[in-house]
Write a protein that binds this ligand. Structure first.
Ligand code: AMP
Ligand code: MG
Length: 597
């Protein structure tokens, strides 16, 4: 005879990968777009490609405070014809035989083709009140002038649709004078908790009745807000079938996505699965993972448009299960609705266990941990006892370790995969200052320095691309650090071709200072071949590679997926680059600049 108590789950248990792809198959794409003021766009996802509609700078501008000169005029003493101040009225073309006082960012007058910085001049006032300036150095045309479009050319693509607008992107958009932007509409997310035992935050639980504080709802609401979506806190629903049915139907009407906690297990008052089965299509009800096994996902058609479906996530009641399954299942769906272009939302990285971890023989575990960067690798410290009710295990966690299902214990130092939920923690001992790091890096063997008055020769730099991906380095960027450079650019898609070029460029007689090999060096088989070739060619300079990697990590945690090779072949510094920060480029240039023969 049937008992009044539910038995085993009727759902087949699917792998996490299956569940994640079932969710992603139901998220058709970003929601519509809306135009907002730049000041309201922080954190939003851009819904348009942005190119520069005008060049930056829009006029030839001085890089220095000093004097605008004709480069054909030799070092000598000149009178100042007028002042050219940033934001001030133009004084017309530079008079022949004169120089013009100019401040940083000011319009370089017609007739002038170089600026001499104030440090390279000596000024004196004549008795008639005129100012005389002794110009101590000769200049090349264009020296200390930002040519029109040399920062950003008109038409240059700067931001793509889908990019997340952080402060830096808003700065770029402001420079383009974009006061209004198209962004994706934010999803409206309804959050409810179920459970007769729940007491509102700040309330007084009756322990004798097994009452507890509802911590899932504040947790879920905050996670939704962290992603940028609009939360609608729908409160608590008691464990009563018709009440649950009415509340869920109501939430689905006004939200794009609904999240509940609790009520999805095999308890006699767990009604979420039953109600969802009636309201819409239930895609899965059991996931093979720890914690979070009873996670439930359904879609429900509400409006007249049959393609338009609301997403429903029934997360388990235990707070840690809620946290983990939100990150694995819900966050990617919300990100996609917000306009994020890609589906994987977390970097999946190799980490070293800081202490032993026991495996579960039945289900893979998503173990909460704190990952930090330490001496060139990532080390992860478990947050301790991992029971799904122990909410302390999510405090200050920044990653989920993927612990495979198996018997036994993973020893300290074992390398496992981890999903990085947020950025890495910094190295405990901190980073040495940039100045200290530059000193640490080995200096290129220097030829004996030329006699005092000889002009330094131009730096010689080669850019070698092996695919179309990877960073860009321009002559102007190099010139910022090295002055005018001799630049060679080549594409070598094959390893053999690449070897030939690198060998010939790095011969002592070629005088090449720096070779930048541009491309995305990650984990592919071809990448391996190229990295092996580079390592075989150079005397490796691990300090330089480490410096570049750290600077990359300051820009994006994804930089840890990059392999960097840096080293010397003869006197040439050879470095692989995917995306180069300007401080990295500056540091590389410092290594090759001093006393060039
Ligand atoms: P359930 O999935 O409803 O059976 O709940 C599983 C466990 O999670 C039970 O111990 C519940 O008391 C607890 N729980 C459910 N909802 C919450 C909540 N909102 N906050 C804290 N704990 C909860
Ligand atoms: Mg419950």
């Amino acid at each position: 005879m049937a008992t009044p108590y539910p038995g085993k789950s009727p759902f087949s248990m699917l792998s996490v990968e299956e569940c994640v792809s079932m969710v992603s198959a139901q998220v058709l794409g970003p929601l519509g777009r809306e135009e907002v003021a730049l000041a309201d766009a922080l954190g939003r996802r851009l819904a348009e490609d942005v190119t520069a509609s005008a060049p930056i700078p829009a006029f030839p501008a001085s890089i220095m405070d000093g004097f605008a000169v004709r480069s054909s005029d030799p070092p000598n003493t000149y009178l100042v014809d007028a002042d050219s101040l940033a934001g001030g009225q133009s004084a017309g073309p530079l008079r022949p035989g004169y120089v013009r006082y100019i401040t940083t960012g000011s319009f370089v007058p017609e007739g002038a083709d170089a600026v001499v910085k104030v440090e390279d001049t000596v000024q004196s006032a004549r008795s008639d009140g005129q100012v005389e300036v002794q110009i101590l150095v000769s200049s090349k045309p264009g020296a200390n002038i930002r040519a029109v479009g040399s920062d950003t050319a008109k038409g240059e693509a700067l931001l793509s649709a889908g990019c997340q607008l952080r402060a830096s992107e808003l700065g770029v958009l402001a420079a383009l004078n974009r006061s209004r932007l198209w962004v994706h509409r934010e999803p409206r997310v309804a959050v409810l908790s179920t459970g007769d035992e729940l007491v509102e935050l700040g309330g007084q639980p009756d322990e004798g009745r097994g009452q507890i504080i509802d911590c899932n709802r504040p947790l879920l609401c905050a996670m939704v807000k962290e992603l940028g979506a609009i939360v609608s806190d729908r409160g608590q629903v008691p464990d009563e079938l018709e009440h649950v049915r009415a509340t869920l139907a109501d939430a689905l009407e006004s939200a794009d996505l609904v999240i509940t906690s609790g009520g999805v297990s095999r308890g006699s008052k767990d009604y979420i699965k039953e109600v969802l089965g009636d309201l819409g299509e239930l895609h899965f009800g059991e996931m093979c993972m720890k914690p979070g096994k009873p996670s439930t996902f359904a879609t429900v058609k509400t409006g007249p448009d049959p393609a338009q479906k609301k997403l429903f996530f029934g997360l388990p009641g235990n707070p840690v299960s809620c946290f983990v399954t939100f990150n694995l299942l819900v966050a990617p769906a919300i990100q996609r609705l917000r306009g994020s272009p890609g589906s994987p939302v977390y970097p999946r990285v190799d980490v070293e266990l800081a202490s032993p971890v026991q495996m579960d023989p039945v289900r893979p575990e998503y173990h909460r941990a704190r990952a930090r960067w330490q001496s060139g690798r990532i080390v992860a410290e478990s947050t301790g006892f991992q029971r799904s009710s122990r909410i302390a295990s999510i405090a200050e966690t920044n990653c989920l370790l993927e612990i495979p299902k198996a018997h036994g214990t993973l020893t300290k130092g074992t390398v496992v995969k981890a999903l990085l939920l947020t950025g890495l923690l910094p190295e405990p001992e901190g980073f040495p200052s940039i100045a200290a790091r530059s000193v640490q890096a080995p200096l290129a063997p220097q030829a004996p320095s030329a006699s005092g008055d000889a002009a330094p020769r131009r730096a010689k730099v080669a850019l070698l691309r092996w695919d179309s991906a990877g960073g860009e380095v321009t002559r102007e960027q190099l010139a910022t650090f090295l002055g005018p450079v001799e630049l060679i650019e080549k594409q070598a898609p094959e390893v053999l071709e690449m070897r030939e070029l690198l060998e010939s460029w790095s011969q002592e007689s070629s005088g090449m200072d720096l070779i930048l090999v541009l491309g995305n060096f990650g984990l592919g088989a071809k990448d391996e071949n190229i990295l092996a070739l580079l390592r075989s060619l150079v005397r490796e300079a691990p300090n330089v590679a480490d410096l570049l990697l750290r600077q990359g990590l300051e820009q994006s945690p994804l930089a840890m997926l990059q392999c960097v090779v840096a080293g010397y072949r003869n006197s040439t510094l050879l470095v692989t680059i995917s995306s180069l920060t300007s401080s990295s480029l500056g540091d590389l240039c410092k290594l090759i600049r001093a006393d060039r023969p």
